[in-house]
Design a protein around this ligand. Structure first.
Ligand SMILES: [Zn+2]
Length: 104
């Protein structure tokens, strides 16, 4: 089964110090879900979309709501904290939280 899901992301600049780890977490999911060369999930940068995942690095801990949050119009927060001695910016952790953001 392929969801053919396009996931919109923004605010990568604020996590830019670990942008490589965030990108590799996305790539891990994309590579793991590709079927016969066809993308099932593709992470793309935000342009004019109204609904998107906002990856932030200062919210405390490594977390994401499971799926889109009701009552939160537009942005869906995802925390990859790298402040105050925390370091969530590992490929596996990023992929884990992104999978929650996708609804699993
Ligand atoms: Zn989890």
């Amino acid at each position: 089964m392929c969801f053919n899901k396009r996931v919109i992301l923004t605010n990568l600049i604020k996590a830019a110090v670990h942008i490589d780890r965030i990108m590799s977490g996305m790539k891990l999911i994309e590579d793991s879900t590709r079927i016969n060369g066809k993308d099932c999930i593709k992470f793309v940068p935000k342009t004019t979309e109204n609904n998107f995942i906002r990856i932030m690095n200062y919210l405390g801990g490594c977390w994401s709501p499971v799926g889109r949050e009701s009552g939160h119009a537009n942005t869906q927060a995802l925390s990859i904290d790298v402040s105050n001695g925390q370091n969530c910016a590992w490929t596996g952790v990023v992929a884990h939280e992104l999978i929650h953001a996708l609804g699993f």
